[in-house]
Design a protein around this ligand. Sequence first.
Ligand code: ZN
Length: 354
Amino acid sequence: MIPLIEINEIPEGLLRLKDARDLHLLLPHPTLLYLKGDDKAPLFVSVLLHGNEDAGLFAVQDILNKYQERRLPRPLIIFFGNVYAAKEGQRRLDGQPDYNRVWPGCEHENSKEARLMRKVVRRVKSYEPFASIDIHNNTGKNPHYGCINSLRDDFLYLASLFGRTVVYFETPTGVQSMALAEHCPAITVECGKPHVAHGVEHASEFIETLLHLEDLEHHHIDHRAVDAYHTVATVTIDASHSFSFTDKNAEIRLLSELEDDNFTELPVGTLFAHVRAGSDARFEARDDKGNERFDDFFTIEGDEIRLKKMMMPAMITLDERVIRQDCFCYLMERIDVDEDEAREVERVCMMAET
Ligand SMILES: [Zn+2]
């Protein structure tokens, strides 16, 4: 069992902490911190679900420093997630599942991590949260963007308060924002690479905005104010195939220039990789239902893997360990979020679930 520590005072030293690797000295296990505020529904914030993504930790530190002598405009519940991986400066430890794939609705509900997240959701839900934010960094060159799992107006409005780039997705499952979306408007925010001040500032400003916001309903969404994209495939490389950006002997040789193309619509024929002569290696491109659809998105011509249709990649990273642990990239298409269409997408998703 993984213990869940529950506290309602800021631990000594948290406000001065400089390095997420030292957080375990204050919080040796995953922790829920409840802080009182004005008489309103609380804001829920989770940080460090990925141990090497510290923007969330320093954003909440910034907020707590600001409100040291003042009452919070609404209560704040903070979940400090994978403090074990944070100690090692890693996304997750070898042998641990990803802490953002084990929330209610995930595929492996029996793991001790899944039991931990069920407990967190049960506790947070009992406080009837106003909204939920899960704060991340990523490794590739990406703009800051928000991810939502519903195209309802209150979710879109929440996303628009963070920035105009919004990604709507249905898989992977077991992510925090999908679990919390059952109880309140919820969002995952991606704040660029770790250890960059701008990412921390942006996340902190977003928390501050939500602390002061009266409500998320009753706001008219100007649908031209957001660029919304839908993930259509997750591109991974099977463990049986070697890959590299530099090693000419790898079965799949990826192109490092692609990192500059995150959130850029790429034309048909864009080169993604070279395949070693005689190898049958290829990517796996899985859609939301888990179906393998490489042939719908890519072609192999000679030793080259090229795009078969116009697509926008996201999260392309040069970090080979992250590619093994997570994925090489997501492929996305733009969605026109006018109100009727949003309703239609919601309806189709609900039908798919039943
Ligand atoms: Zn992350």
